[in-house]
Design a protein around this ligand. Structure first.
Ligand SMILES: Cc1cc2nc3c(=O)[nH]c(=O)nc-3n(C[C@H](O)[C@H](O)[C@H](O)COP(=O)(O)OP(=O)(O)OC[C@H]3O[C@@H](n4cnc5c(N)ncnc54)[C@H](O)[C@@H]3O)c2cc1C
Length: 408
């Protein structure tokens, strides 16, 4: 009897995977809704977006239309108020179907929440309704001069009339040239405090902006190319928070959402690859032996090893997200709880490389052909190089373990 026979003829004796193991309690409906969007909207466009480096605009609109345009924003502003956990569940689910859409959505959500938390009431009223309808935000932080140290930007803005003149080179901006607006991190050197970091909202259609193509191995739809801002005038009403002093929001809003969101994407990509490999192993039958690939014990062990890795990351992911939600509810500063975030981003970005590689192996030559499984591998490889990179995060974790300051 083959695995396929067992699946079709016997219900008894088949262990079902408990929902509580794969979804945090209370988020089951949200997870199901996300999978409906993923199956019906994201999956069908994922390949073409990858092949043609096409920005997943329609998929992002579908996500917004399903009510996920402002998921971390409080309900009184029209948001979903889903917290860190809801955000993580959605990102993981979307990434199983289209990593580019999921990544653009993660950056959009982090940008939106940064605008919401650091902006004033007028700015919230000006931007949040658009976001709910499908406007897309981006984060323009990383610069070529400082690379992976994206919190140490060298660009600057100077005062000009009732606004600022911005000059900045950004190395990677997800949704570059495609987002409606960006939260851009720069320095204002005349700021009174030591921390000169200043956040400006810059619109995509402003004069002085140049975008460059993103031609990468994976995440090919997400347009994460460089952007240049030359003498771009930003009115004072588009400055978020204070002149300088914005590192607080880096540590309490941008980094936590960025780390959790990207980690969620890598868990989703790994699960998506494994699902594709399971499907392939069950369907492929060798005519000579009459056995499917899934009938070989060594293959089942590969699947098991992959799933254990995915679930190790997923457990850490949801425990971290729930812990952060508790901190937020109790008014504790998120910046004092970054340690699990560093670990989960590192672990998820590590395991996605391993699991997508195993999934390709299980899928055989077909897995190597241009298509679903090799795409997961290419997409997932971005995790370790995306900032804070795994090398930087391991250093922060190690420094914390020996109790010396993590940040030099
Ligand atoms: C697909 C993609 C999307 C992105 N989207 C965005 C976005 O929307 N917004 C944004 O602002 N940025 C974005 N980034 C940039 C990202 O967050 C990182 O800043 C960037 O990937 C770091 O790459 P780099 O080549 O500049 O790093 P480099 O600094 O040149 O690093 C090169 C190598 O040196 C290592 N290294 C660097 N510093 C240290 C250190 N202190 N200790 C030990 N090792 C170190 C790195 O780990 C890496 O292995 C994106 C990047 C990618 C790849």
């Amino acid at each position: 009897m083959t695995i396929n026979d067992i699946n079709t003829t016997l219900d008894e004796g088949i262990m079902q995977i408990s929902k509580w193991w794969t979804c945090p309690s209370g988020y089951e409906n949200l997870q199901e809704e996300a999978h409906v969007v993923g199956k019906n909207e994201l999956l069908s466009r994922a390949s073409i977006s990858d092949q043609e480096s096409m920005y997943p605009r329609e998929s992002l609109k579908a996500i917004a239309d399903a009510g996920f345009g402002a998921v971390t924003v409080p309900a009184e502003y029209g948001g979903l108020d889903a917290g860190f956990t809801g955000f993580s569940v959605l990102a993981e689910s979307f990434a199983q179907y289209c990593a580019s859409s999921a990544m653009c959505w993660v950056m959009h959500t982090a940008a939106t929440q940064t605008l919401f938390e650091s902006g004033n009431e007028e700015q919230r009223q000006r931007y949040i309704p658009g976001v709910i309808k499908g406007d897309v935000g981006g984060l323009a932080f990383s610069e070529p001069a400082t690379g992976g140290h994206f919190w140490n930007v060298v660009s600057s803005a100077t005062r000009k009339g009732d606004g600022y003149l911005l000059n900045a080179d950004k190395s990677f901006v997800t949704s570059a040239g495609e987002a409606d607006w960006y939260v851009l991190c720069t320095n204002y050197h005349d700021a009174p405090q030591e921390d000169k970091l200043t956040f400006l909202i810059v619109h995509n259609d402003q004069d002085g902006i140049e975008c460059f193509p993103f031609n990468a191995m994976g995440l090919r739809g997400n347009s994460s190319g460089p952007m240049k801002f030359k003498d771009v005038f930003v009115p004072t009403e588009n400055r978020l928070g204070t002149e300088g002093g914005m590192n607080y929001y880096n540590e309490n809003t941008v980094d936590p959402l960025f780390l959790l969101g990207t980690a969620s994407c890598w868990v989703g990509v790994a699960q998506g690859a494994l699902n594709a490999a399971i499907d392939s192993a069950k369907k492929k039958v060798h005519a000579d032996t009459g056995k499917s690939v899934a009938d070989y014990q060594v293959i089942r062990h590969e699947l098991a090893k992959g799933q254990i890795l995915v679930d190790s990351a997923r457990s850490m992911l949801y425990r971290t997200a729930e812990g952060l939600d508790k901190c937020a509810q109790e008014g504790l500063p998120i910046s004092e709880h970054l340690f699990p975030l560093w670990q989960i981003k590192t672990h998820a970005a590590d395991i996605v490389i391993q699991v997508t590689n195993q999934a390709l192996q299980v899928s055989g030559g077909k897995g190597y052909l241009t298509g679903q499984v090799e795409k997961y591998l290419r997409d997932g490889r971005a995790g370790a190089v995306m900032g804070p990179t795994n090398e930087i995060l391991r250093e922060w974790i190690g420094r914390t373990l020996i109790q010396v300051p993590w940040f030099e």
